[in-house]
Design a binder for this molecule. Structure first.
Ligand code: ATP
Length: 313
């Protein structure tokens, strides 16, 4: 059994990297392999290549980063029966760790992982196909929430605000920015063969676990090993009421609004005659357009997770 640490040097604005440097000598001394990624998506390609070239070797890939890093690890490992995934928490939002449980970022965790005995849990992920293809493990969003997440991720100011521990301000800024400009759209959603025609849709999220946006409980009933995905659909409401709904997600009160629909399903198709942004685990997931409908399908128990032995880290 093999352990490979995967360090995203950009997670939490370089915190993951600078902290890892304090543990690097220990890893070198103890022969623990680590990859420090050079570009986004490199981890996915390296994991797939490694798993293909070493089909007999049970390998545990432990991500040092946040949700974007774990998104890459699951995209690399999903579908390989000998690839296992763990998370060492070193990101800003860490919704992955909130649900699945991460290891704390310290030498004890690395030691524990290096003595891993094969213990694991099987979880669902989902595959999406559209303008872009891939897997997600936390959630996928279409529309307003994707616009806010993607604008915030791309913002150069975010880095500086994060250094001042004011990173959330950038979400508030883009929340207001898109709230004033966003045009809700008509969408057709097919869930396990049943069609819903929806008007004035602000956003649709498809969740595998409850948390998103750094701790908001968007889908309280979502369960990552039930073979189903949980949809939250927000539509047909004024800008001002939408703001109230969006803010209520922080307290989990959004389900009390009649304009918020929840559904469960295994196979989902979303179409629009307009154009909408998609995020997958908070990362850019392509565009929903007339020419590129979005297909999402749950992949039950398709990846193997190694949680800390002491839960709640
Ligand atoms: N070597 C790299 N160079 C640049 N970007 C990278 C590299 N490796 C991964 N990334 C990207 O870095 C971004 C941020 O990573 P991540 O999401 O893990 O950290 P975070 O934003 O601090 O945490 P969270 O998403 O939990 O708030 C992701 O989009 C990921 O794809």
């Amino acid at each position: 059994m093999k352990l490979i640490l995967i360090v995203n040097p950009h997670a939490k604005n370089g915190y993951a990297y600078s902290k890892f440097l304090t543990l690097k000598d220990m890893c070198d001394r103890e022969g623990i392999e680590y990859w420090i990624t050079g570009t986004p998506w490199q981890a996915v390609e390296k994991i797939r290549r490694f798993c293909t070239e070493h089909p007999e070797e049970k390998t545990l890939f432990a991500g040092i980063g946040g949700d974007g890093t774990m998104h890459e690890l699951v995209n690399g490992a999903a579908g390989f029966p000998h690839a296992y995934v763990a998370s060492i928490s070193a990101g800003s939002g860490n919704d992955f760790g909130r649900h699945f449980n991460s290891f704390p970022f310290d030498s004890e965790s690395i030691h524990e992982l290096s003595k891993w005995d094969g213990r694991n849990e099987k979880h669902d992920a989902a595959q999406f196909k559209g303008d872009k293809n891939g897997w997600f493990v936390n959630n996928l969003g279409v529309g307003f929430d994707a616009a806010v997440a993607i604008s915030s991720n791309r913002s150069r100011v975010k880095k500086w605000l994060n250094r001042l521990k004011l990173g959330r301000l950038i979400y508030v800024y883009y929340l207001i920015f898109h709230l004033l400009r966003y045009k809700p759209q008509s969408m057709t959603v097919e869930i396990d063969g049943k069609t819903l025609e929806l008007e004035k849709v602000w956003f649709i999220t498809i969740a595998n676990q409850p948390y998103y946006g750094g701790g908001m409980m968007i889908a309280p009933s979502a369960c990552s090993d039930d073979g189903k995905l949980d949809l939250t659909i927000v539509h047909r409401l004024s800008r001002i009421k939408f703001l109230a709904v969006f803010l209520s997600v922080f307290f989990g009160w959004h389900l009390r609004f009649k304009e918020v629909k929840t559904k469960q399903g295994k196979r989902i198709k979303i179409e629009t005659a307009d154009k909408a942004l998609i995020h997958t685990d908070g990362e850019f997931g392509g565009l929903l357009t007339q020419h590129h409908p979005l297909f999402v399908e749950v992949a039950p128990k398709s990846w193997l997770f190694v949680p800390p032995e002491k839960q709640g880290s």
